[in-house]
Structures are given as C-alpha cells and as structure tokens.
Design a protein around this ligand. Structure first.
Ligand SMILES: Nc1ncnc2c1ncn2[C@@H]1O[C@H](COP(=O)(O)OP(=O)(O)OP(=O)(O)O)[C@@H](O)[C@H]1O
Length: 941
C-alpha cells in the first residue's frame, strides 16, 4: 500500500509505485512525504519519518549546511552526494543521495543504498552457484536474514521463512554444545569488527552427523558492522571440490572489494597498483580514472619531500598508523585513519594502506565532547557503573558536590558510595535493571568526608560497545527533604491548630478544612472538599466573603447541641495564579465563657482587695491602739497644752522638732502627729539615729545601689523612700553626723536625694518629725550641729515636759501601766500600795515615764497579791537613791540588754540591731539573751 500522503500534486502518481526509496522535502528541510521503499530503508514507519528534518536523518548534515545546499540546488537543479543516514535502529546506513528540485519550494530526494544487501546477495548467489554452495546473509540494519535453498538443505533447516531467532535455535539444538559455543563466540567477534573466517562443524541431520564448512564475513561502515554474509558447503577435501576453485582466495577478494575500509596499494613513485571499490565511492571518482591517478592528486599532502619521508619511514618501520586528509572530487575533505604496511615482491615495493573514514567519528567525537560538556555542567550528579561494581565515569557536578577527586574514581564503587543500598546484592540489582531497564529509588550517598546525604537515584540500563552500563543520575534531596519537612510541618500546624481554618476557591468551593473545623462540621461523606461553602456553613454567604472582612456565623455542629458562634477573619492568598480565600475562625462561645470567667476572677480579686484593705485598716487600727492619742495618759493641764500643739501641727504638714528628756514620750507624740495628719494612710517610718552605726546611717536613710560598698549585694531602698507619702520620724536627731546633716537638709529643701553609690535622683514626698533629748541650740553653738538644719527643723518645736514637772500624772500613769502589765502577765491587781504611790509622786524620775513604766512592770512581775507594791530603784535606768536596791551584775546585764533592744525596736541582729549598740557579736548576744531568759514582751513595747 502506498503510504505517501502529501499535498504536492502529482507526486504520488509519479513515485508511489517506485521501488527506489524516494522522499519529498520542503525548503525548510522537513520531510513532507516518502514512499514505502524509503521507510523500509530507514527501518521506520512512514509517519515516523514524515515531519523530521532531513538534516536530522542525514548523519553528516547540519541545518546550516542544508540551507547552503538548498541554495546550491536552486541553480544546479540536481545534486548528488554520498552520506550515511541514521536508521530507526540507530545504525548508520551508507547511501547515495540525489536531490532533484521539483518546484522552487520542494525537492525530491532519491536514496540509493550503497551496500544494499540485494547487491551482496546477488553477487553471493552468483558465486555460490559457481561453487555449488549455499549462501547466507544477515542484514543487521533491518534484522533480515536470508538463507538460500541450497544452504537450507545443507543445514537441514525446516521449511518456512527463516528468522534470526529460529535459525539460531535450530543450530543450537543440532550442533554439539562445545562447537556451538565456539560458533557463538565467533559470531560475537564478527559483529564487533570486520572479519573473514572459515569454520567447519558437525551438524546433526536426518540420517546422522554431517560436517559443514561455513565462511563468514562481516562488513559495515566506520561505526558498525551492518552485514554478515558467507557461504555454506559440505566439508570435503580440496580435491573433492569439483570446480577446483580456491574458495578462500575468492572470498578474500570479495571481502576486499566489499570492505568498508578504503584499500590502497601504491608504489614509491605515488602511482596506484590497486584500489578497492570503496575508494572510488568515497572519493567520488570512477575506479578506472583513479587507477591512473597519482597519490598527490587525491592526497595533496603526499608530494615531493613528504612522499620521500613516507617511504623512508615505511622501509624502516614496515608498519605504522597515521591520519591523513583525502580530497573528494567535489573538493570536500575526508579524514582517514590509515594502517600502512610495507610489502615487497621481488624487486617491487608496495605500500598497503587500509584507510578508515573517520570524518563521522570526528563529528561524533565532537558531539561526544559537547555531550560531555553538557553532562559535566548538568545540575545532577551522573555516574556510570558496570556490573563488576566499577565506577567508570563521574561528571564534574559529582566531584564538586561530593568532594571526591578524579583520582578517587578507580577506588569508588556503588557499595562504598551507597553503604545502605536498598538491595546490597549487586547481582540481584543488575538482574532487575536488565529486566526493567530503569530503576528509581532514594538512598544515602556518602560524601568524601564520610557524611551521608539523601539522594534520588535514577538508574538506566545501557549496552554500549558490547558492555553493560548503569547510567546513574543522582539528585541531592537535602533541599527537597527540608522543603518536604516544612510542608509537612505546615500541614501538621494547620491540622493541629486550635483555630478553624477553611480555604475556598474562587467559586467559593471548599479547598481545605483543617481538623479543628472538620470536627466541628461533623461527619460528612468526605472531607467537604469541593462542596459549596453554604452547604458546610449555612450561615455563611458568598456575598459577605471579602478579604479583610470579619464575619460572625453561628453553627449547630450536631442536632440538639448548642449553637457555636464563630468569628471568621477572611484574607485572600494568590498562589500560582490561583486566588484562594482563607478563613481563620475562632469560637466566640469559648471567648464569651472566658470573659465570664474573667469577670468572676475580677470579682474575686476585687473582693480580695476589699478584704485586704479592710484587714489593713484593722491592722492600722490595732497598730494605732498603743499610740492612740487617747492612749496618751495625762491629767496635767500643762501636758494638755502640749497635746493641743500636736493637734494643731498635725494637719499642717510642716516639720516638727520634739525635744525633751529621755523617756518623756517624744515618740508617742510623733506617732500622734502622724495619726492625726492626712498621711495616716501611709507609712510612719522611724529611724533611731543613735542606734545606727555612723557608717550605715546614710545608706539606711537614703538607700544604696548594688555594689556601692562591700556587702551591698543588692539595691536597697532607704527609709526616706519607704516613707514616701508618709512620715519619717528621726529620733535622736542630735546624733546625726555632720555630713549627713547637709544631705538631710537637701532632702528637706528639695525633697530629693541620691542613693549611696547611685546617680539617679530620687524624689520623695515625706513629712519629717524629729526628736532629740539634746539641746540642739547648744550643739549649733559648739559647731556639732548645722545651724541651717537646726532652723529648718525647728519650724514647729514641741518641748515635752519631764514627768517631775507634771507629778499629777504619776497616779494615772501607774494605774495605766499596772493594768497593762497585769493583763499581759495574767495577774489580778486591784490596788497600788498608797505609801509607795506617795513616794513615787515625790520622786524625780530622771528616766521619766519610761522609768515609771519599767518600775511598774517589774513590780507587777514580783507581785504576789492583788496589791501592787512599787519600790523605787527596782526599775532599770532609775536614778540612784538611797532606797534603791543595788542590782546584781547579772540583773544589770539583763536590764542593759533590754534597754538596748527597746532602742532598736526589738531588733537583735544586723546593722541596726542591739548587737551593734552593745558592741557584741550577734551570736553572743542571742545566747546571752537565752541565758538571761529575756522574753520578747520585755522589750517589745
Ligand atoms: N503620756 C503618756 N501616757 C502613757 N504612756 C506614755 C506617755 N508618755 C510616754 N509614755 C510611755 O513611756 C515610754 C517612753 O516613751 P517614749 O519612747 O515616747 O519617750 P521618748 O521621749 O521618745 O524617749 P527617748 O528620748 O528615750 O526616745 C513609752 O513606753 C511610752 O508609751
């Protein structure tokens, strides 16, 4: 059937029935049509060839060359040249090409198979006939096998069209195994290189074992063996040959004639003795003409000196190989690789050159170089390995990525590169590869420094020049693995998010629902993907979905369950030109509950705060009890006047200086001022300037920064800072060192100061009440107290009265203290010894009220009845009178420690503890107190 389908009018009528391979090619070089013969020549289907570029089919023609050839054709109208075409089996087939211009835009191409099997076969047939032998041939290009009738008979082949497979099978079954192996090996050699062999073997035939003689020749082009052919005869002695012909000689000549290599026999003068047919074909010069030519005419290189040198070398070396250029009749150059031997017959010398056209090989080499360049610059690592576990090739990318060197190649193996191969058994792996031709899997590649990296392996099976190879493409998966992990992480993050996430496509169909929302939406046949959004969330309308909008919708997840309020935030994401609406939602129900919880918590907190405030007030009230102004016991009109002063100054917020003898109740008055002032809600901080060592007063008053001095391990607030918004009571202010007096003055003037070791200025709002039993005016005169400070303090002086100036208070005070201590000690005391009381009234009380208080306390302790007897001299600090009992050393120590503790406000240890006052080690003091059985109530007022 004619397969020609083309538009050029008349073409099919003209050539469709031609047995000559013909093609129609357009100006741009594409094959527009071809006939069956041409398709057969290409060993391809007609439609496989049609549409291809002629430059792609002609192995030596480039697209650029086609354009210049086309131009040439426009004037010449007809062109002829010899070339190789690339067949469907990827073999090269030598052809003569004739281009005949049909129209300005189309040309006809007629192809002529230069080693057409028909030609060989017809010659063989002729020869076989002459020799009374059978002939056989195998065309490797199209896979056809031909065996003549005579040969079939000799081999005993069954009738029917022979194929390669069934002939080989027949022979393998009828030739003894050892001989069959030899024949196979010989066949392999014939397929690899041009050879001429003769072989005899036994063959099992009907009626016994026969012996046949087969000759075989292989011919081909510069790249491949394309044909095998030969003669089959019965193996008889030479004498038995009825024709008497020398078969080997005939075959040798036949082989030489049909060899694809050019054979030149030349003489020292450059004249030709013999050339074979292929020389004529290759050079495009008829044989008759060639034979008369001298070497230099087709090989200009061989002239004069060169020719002489050539012969000199040949005579000495006898054989050498070299490359030469030859000139075709059309001026084109053919590169040949020549093996040249020296021959001498009698007087005559010959050079015998077997020349192989390497033009194609050169081009292929160039192509190979380009391929290698491409491979080396490929982003993928490429390796070639063999079944023997050798790595025969690695591209540059492999070396640069793995850190191996070219010299390492020979020592590398798949096992060393892939220590954890999926299938460590190479044999199994190769068998699988042979079967499937392609394997793909992931593995770990060991880098030069030993590190393993994940790679994807693509193994391709290849047979090349008789060997087997695996071409391995390696792709570094580190980036991919990381990306995959990130994608997985994102997926996990989306799926485990507590927020409800919904993706919609442009048509508001669901693209993705995360797990949280999926659970809320309840069971649906699938995952909701593809369904319209309204179907999943009925309250959601596509009109309300817009980027940047917030939507509130209600969902009833399951029948009978409570409504859930969702707050959805919509945004638009454009990914790979696709627009996606992303809705991220929160369950407002939970939020409302949370708000309720918060309200409850707030309520609890405010209740707690109220309670705390209440407790604080109570505390303050408790605290104030002892110092309540009502607790100031007095009946003395003089003292009433002092209390009036206290009441007047309390609210004025001015600095108050209380003077008076020790124990007159100065502190009591200071507390009364604080309590009656607006600062009552804020702290009253007391500092006993006499109780603090000089070195510590400053930091105690103003605080210190961390590291300001040895032992300042942390920043500490001073008493002034602590008293902010309240009152600071500086007791015994007369004891304040001069330098601190100036700092104190600054605080009083500017309400600001710096911490010890600090630069930050601290502002405070503090009311100062100072007290002293010293005569400050006198101290100013003596230069021991700053005058400016004195005036600053003395804004509102209150001079406390000594007890002896208000003796009328003694009975009420005795009563007050008796009650206080009796109650504390759990005693019932109904009256005080009147005589004792009278004595007290006349007593001077140098220790003032504190002395009286101590006296009563001691009396209560000693009291065994309900009548209290108070003996002057029993209390510590009392003035020595005649009646006074002389205290034991231990009693004295006891009283002294109690006094010290009273001064420090009960603080035993530390910088402002009693230890410092008494110049005693803290630990010694504590053990002393234990030994003397000093109880807290004795010093805590
Ligand atoms: N009018 C009073 N009514 C009841 N108790 C008083 C009275 N005056 C002083 N006291 C008590 O006398 C003791 C000494 O009082 P206070 O410490 O205030 O005196 P002081 O002048 O500050 O002494 P010093 O100068 O030694 O610091 C305290 O226990 C105090 O409660």
């Amino acid at each position: 059937m004619n397969s020609l389908t083309l538009s050029l009018p008349g073409f099919d009528q003209m050539f469709a029935h031609l047995t000559v391979p013909a093609m129609l090619v357009a100006e741009n070089g594409t094959v527009q049509g071809l006939n069956d013969a041409a398709a057969a020549l290409f060993c391809m289907e007609e439609n496989e060839v049609r549409g291809k570029l002629w430059a792609g089919l002609d192995a030596h023609l480039t697209a650029i060359q086609w354009r210049s050839r086309w131009k040439e054709l426009q004037t010449a109208k007809k062109l002829t040249y010899a070339t190789d075409i690339l067949t469907g089996h990827e073999y090269l087939r030598s052809v003569n090409v004739t281009l005949a211009l049909l129209e300005p835009s189309h040309t006809l191409i007629i192809l002529q198979d230069r080693i057409a099997s028909s030609m060989i076969e017809s010659e063989l047939e002729m020869m076989a006939d002459k020799l009374q032998a059978g002939f056989w041939s195998y065309n490797r290009v199209d896979g056809r096998i031909r065996i003549s009738q005579h040969a079939r008979r000799l081999l005993g082949l069954p009738d029917g069209e022979p194929t390669k497979q069934n002939v080989l099978l027949w022979l393998s079954q009828h030739i003894p195994t050892s001989q069959w192996e030899e024949i196979r090996a010989m066949g392999q050699r014939l397929l690899r290189e041009p050879l001429q062999v003769n072989h005899s073997f036994f063959l099992e035939k009907e009626g016994g074992l026969g012996r046949v003689k087969v000759s075989a020749n292989s011919v081909g082009n510069s790249l491949h063996i394309t044909h095998l052919y030969g003669i089959i005869q019965e193996d008889r002695n030479e004498a038995d040959n009825p024709s008497g012909h020398n078969i080997s000689g005939d075959l040798a000549i036949f082989s030489i004639e049909h060899a694809q290599d050019m054979i030149f026999w030349t003489r020292p003068d450059g004249s030709i003795f013999y050339i074979n047919q292929i020389v004529s074909n290759k050079l495009g010069i008829p044989k008759e003409k060639l034979i008369k030519m001298k070497v230099k005419e087709y090989a200009p290189y061989f002239d004069g000196q060169v020719l002489e040198t050539f012969w000199q070398r040949l005579r000495t070396e006898k054989y050498f190989e070299a490359e030469y250029p030859l000139y075709r009749s059309d001026g084109q150059i053919i590169d040949v690789y020549a093996s040249i031997s020296y021959l001498r017959f009698g007087e005559e010398e010959f050079s015998c050159g077997i020349c192989r056209d390497i033009t194609t090989r050169r081009k292929l080499e160039q192509r190979q170089k380009l391929t290698e360049f491409t491979i080396d610059n490929s982003e993928e690592m490429i390796l070639w390995s063999t079944p023997e576990s050798a790595i025969t090739y690695a591209n540059d990318t492999f070396f640069s990525m793995t850190g191996y060197q070219l010299q390492d190649l020979s020592s590398l193996s798949p096992q060393s590169l892939f220590p954890v191969l999926v299938n460590p058994d190479q044999e199994v792996l190769w068998n699988q590869l042979r079967k499937e031709h392609h394997l793909s899997f992931e593995n770990n590649l060991r880098l030069a420094k030993g590190k393993l990296i994940p790679v994807r392996l693509d193994m391709n099976y290849l047979q090349f020049e008789g060997g087997e190879f695996a071409c391995i493409y390696l792709r570094d998966l580190r980036g991919k693995k990381k990306r995959d992990r990130q994608i997985k992480l994102s997926q996990v993050a989306l799926d485990t998010a507590l927020d409800y996430i919904l993706w919609l496509d442009e048509k508001f169909r669901i693209r993705y629902v995360n797990n949280a929302l999926l659970q809320l939406l309840g069971s649906h046949p699938k995952t909701w993907v593809g369904t319209a959004v309204e179907e999943a969330i009925p309250g959601l309308h596509r009109t309300s979905i817009a980027p940047g909008e917030t939507l509130d919708v209600a969902i009833i997840p399951h029948k009978g369950t409570e409504e859930i309020h969702l707050n959805l935030q919509c945004s638009e994401v454009v990914y790979e030109e696709e627009s996606i609406f992303m809705l991220v939602g929160r369950d407002l129900t939970a939020l409302v509950e949370l708000q309720e919880d918060l309200k409850l918590e707030n309520l609890k907190i405010s209740e707690l705060r109220d309670r705390l405030l209440e407790e604080n007030t109570t505390l303050r009230e408790d605290y104030g009890k002892d110092y309540n102004i009502n607790e100031i016991i007095t009946v003395s009109p003089k003292y009433q006047a002092i209390l009036k002063q206290v009441g007047q100054v309390a609210d004025v917020d001015t600095t108050v200086l209380i003077t008076g003898e020790t124990g007159t109740g100065k502190e009591l008055l200071a507390r009364a001022i604080h309590q009656l002032s607006d600062r009552e809600e804020h702290p009253l901080v007391k500092v006993n300037c006499a109780a603090l060592p000089e070195s510590l007063i400053e930091s105690e008053l103003f605080g210190h920064e961390k590291g300001a001095f040895t032992g300042a391990t942390a920043r500490k607030k001073g008493r002034f800072e602590m008293a902010d918004k309240g009152t600071i009571f500086l007791d015994e202010i007369g004891e304040l060192p001069l330098e601190l007096q100036s700092k104190l003055l600054r605080v009083l003037q500017e309400d600001e100061f710096e911490r010890v070791g600090g630069t930050e200025t601290i502002r405070v709002d503090v009311r100062l009440v100072a007290a002293t039993n010293r005569d400050l005016a006198e101290m100013v005169r003596e230069g021991r107290f700053r005058e400016d400070l004195y005036y600053r303090l003395n804004v509102f002086p209150i001079v406390n009265l000594p007890l002896r100036e208000r003796p009328e208070d003694i009975p009420v005070l005795v009563e007050h203290f008796t009650h206080k201590f009796a109650k504390r000690q759990g005693k019932t005391i109904r009256r005080v010894n009147t005589a004792d009381l009278n004595l007290l009234k006349n007593y001077a009380f140098p220790g003032n009220i504190r002395e009286l208080e101590n006296l009563v306390e001691r009396a209560v302790v000693l009291c065994q009845s309900d009548t209290l007897s108070i003996k002057i001299g029993q209390g510590a600090g009392a003035a020595t009178t005649r009646q006074q009992r002389f205290l034991s050393f231990e009693e004295m120590q006891r009283q002294h420690i109690i006094d010290a503790l009273k001064r420090t406000g009960g603080r035993v240890t530390g910088p402002d503890g009693a230890g410092i006052l008494l110049d005693m080690n803290d630990r010694t003091l504590v053990s002393k107190m234990r030994k003397l059985r000093i109880e807290k109530h004795e010093y805590l007022l």
